[in-house]
Write a protein that binds this ligand. Structure first.
Ligand code: AMP
Length: 284
């Protein structure tokens, strides 16, 4: 596996591969690679001759007081995992190379970046959209692979790709989970053993909502109430939000309609560790 840290070298390499007729896939990550990321890499392999994984803890998407400084970083382990999962090139720039002196250009996706995560993390999606745009320019992908785990990120990036005419196909991989249902996340390592035991309640409560919809529930209020009750009664977590929203616009819903794509999502803090999860549904 080829390892590149200089953005200009990355861009020249991508151009060379394109000129040689290769189909390129990129999987953007912040490292601390786990089985979720590896599933994205294996999916990318199915769509491309050359799989590029980017490892970059992007300062622009972390707000003040968030976990940028303590975000887990382990490039040697990531390199081994990425190679094992079939990546051909690992691009790992440093922050100074991505955001040089005088940097002042950002991509702002408007409405879909505002609710949910955006309401609590006001600069987050500006940082995400900006870095993904930059990574697309540097890696020149035909295909980019993202995880459903970060549902709002998928909506924001899809909007950006459409609005800014990126010539790149997006592939979305379903959330990869531990055997007890907890969504795999680089942040799970922060959980204490007691919090780790409680955390599967998040997915169980989302599944409860999905089952209720499958059984005919068409109001959002009882769904969010049941999720909140499960989390409050069975965990020590503090709820940031529980949402039933339109899957495309992310507008909060009161009533669900036949054929509608909806997103049931939540964010819960366990101490200083914030976990997010979601289930996308189509109303029968
Ligand atoms: P991150 O390194 O957390 O920024 O994630 C990089 C990519 O991996 C994003 O597209 C995430 O949505 C995706 N990802 C992270 N965890 C999972 C998971 N458990 N299942 C599927 N995709 C994931």
């Amino acid at each position: 596996m080829n390892i590149v840290s200089d953005p200009r070298v990355m861009q020249r390499e991508a151009e060379k591969l394109r000129l040689a007729g290769k189909r390129l896939a990129v999987v953007p990550t912040m490292g601390a690679l786990h089985e979720g990321h590896c599933t994205l890499l294996r999916e990318a392999r199915k769509h491309a001759d050359c799989v590029i994984v980017t490892v970059f803890v992007n300062p622009a998407q972390f707000g003040e007081g968030e976990d940028f400084a303590r975000y887990p970083r382990d490039l040697p382990a990531d390199t081994a995992r990425a190679a094992e999962a079939g990546a051909d090139l690992l691009f790992s720039p440093d922050a100074a190379a991505m955001y040089g002196d005088g940097y002042q250009t950002f991509v702002t996706v408007e409405q879909v970046a505002k609710p949910l995560e955006g309401a609590l993390r006001p600069i987050h999606f500006r940082g995400v959209a900006t870095v993904v745009a930059k990574l697309f320019h540097l890696t020149k992908p035909h295909v980019a692979v993202f995880g459903q785990k970060d549902a709002q990120q998928v909506v924001v990036i899809s909007r950006m790709v459409k609005d800014l005419d990126f010539d790149c196909e997006l592939i979305i991989v379903p959330t990869v989970r531990e055997s007890d249902g907890l969504a795999r996340s680089s942040r799970n390592v922060y959980l204490t053993p007691a919090q780790r035991k409680e955390a599967p309640v998040l997915y169980a409560s989302l599944k409860g909502a999905a089952d209720a919809v499958a059984n005919g529930e068409r109001s959002a209020a009882p769904l969010t109430a049941a999720i909140r009750a499960a989390i409050t009664s069975r965990t020590s977590g503090t709820i940031d939000y529980v949402s039933v929203a339109d899957g495309d616009t992310l507008r909060e819903l009161a009533a669900l309609e036949h054929g509608q794509h909806i997103l049931v999502s939540l964010a819960v803090k366990f101490g200083t560790t914030r976990l997010i999860d979601n289930i996308p549904l189509t109303v029968a």
